[in-house]
Design a protein around this ligand. Sequence first.
Ligand code: URA
Length: 441
Amino acid sequence: MAERHDAISVIVTKRDGGTLSDDQIDWVVDAYTRGVVADEQMSALTMAILQRGMSRSEIARWTAAMIASGERLDFTDLGVPTADKHSTGGVGDKITLPLAPLVAAYGVAVPQLSGRGLGHTGGTLDKLESIPGWRADVSNADMRQQLLDVGAVICAAGAQLAPADKKLYALRDVTGTVESIPMISASIMSKKIAEGTGALVLDVKVGTGAFMKNIDDARELARTMVALGTDAGVVTTALLTDMSTPLGRGIGNALEVTESVEVLAGGGPADVVELTVELARAMLEGAGVTGVDPSEALKDGRAMDKWRQMISAQGGDPDAPMPTAPHVEEVCADSDGFITRIDAMGAGLAAWRLGAGRARKDDVLDLSAGVFLHKTLGDEVRKGDVIMTLHAESEDKMPRGLAALSEACEGAGTVEIGSSPVDRRIILDRIGAEDASGTGR
Ligand code: URA
């Protein structure tokens, strides 16, 4: 069958600053998924998009074309509202783990399709795989049943969910074209809309450890995604949240599960609790549940009960001990003062090099590896106090972890000790549908 467009004319349209027609977008996304448009042609097109941008209507059409490349789940007949959260990725960001059972404790079902980590930010599925027996792969039928029985499921997206995005994201990853707000927006929202959630809260991270290093870019990304979700009938809001410092104390798969369980038991670090509660509130509001205080279900054990059911339903043992690293090395304060910086990128890279993250898709993780922060931003320290410990399977990983810490911030290092305390604001802004209009380029 003759193709109705050719890749070169689509590339040239965008290369020269033109607007792609709906038909060009539908064709190129579909033809790339079918293998008719070659990787090198799609690389040229994504580079042109990165440099020239896309209008809001091009982004919306691109998103719709990626959704149409696969299946679209539908939970409208479950009999309960549904809500989900997506984070653009950060260091120590384990929030999904306590959040999904917390929201389910209020009768809102959470169908959370998550991913694996690549690079310095971890993936939710990798974290949960620290729990002996836990399985990420759940069929659509089992997912539906678990939503009915438990109210929350965190699992891998099936191969049929936005396959165009799977292929395209892998290509962007190796061609220096990930950092395009239009393509990030379309990539995230195609998966979230296809997943069939009724409400969606986006946690758009800002800072050294995030995709978006400054608040203006983060706001543009948030507005674009909120508009896409709203136009697709998903009640969508975004929180812009700080990622200049890691979230919580544990960075690394098992360390993050342990910390999440502490939060579910009513404890845990204040920043993790605050963000979990605020995201839960936004998800519940999106799903029509208002006037509740989500911190209650952390304190009274309801969220913990849901967590235990959710883990058991996927074969995991919620009582099994977490893997622990045989080698631990301390990093100590070299002066008295207050911690004025713990750089998220430095800490994330250190955890990655210790074995907590992958450089290539098929790398095997050390689930016990990572960084644990004994002191955090604003804490007072005395010379010699332990600021953090590095955890790894083998001692020879330590030098690379330590080097990552000292290379951060252009050689100034991950940790800075100053003479006066600093405060941290976690939630920087909130973007609702009413804030999301704009042009998108
Ligand atoms: N996460 C995604 O799913 N897609 C992107 O393009 C970037 C981050």
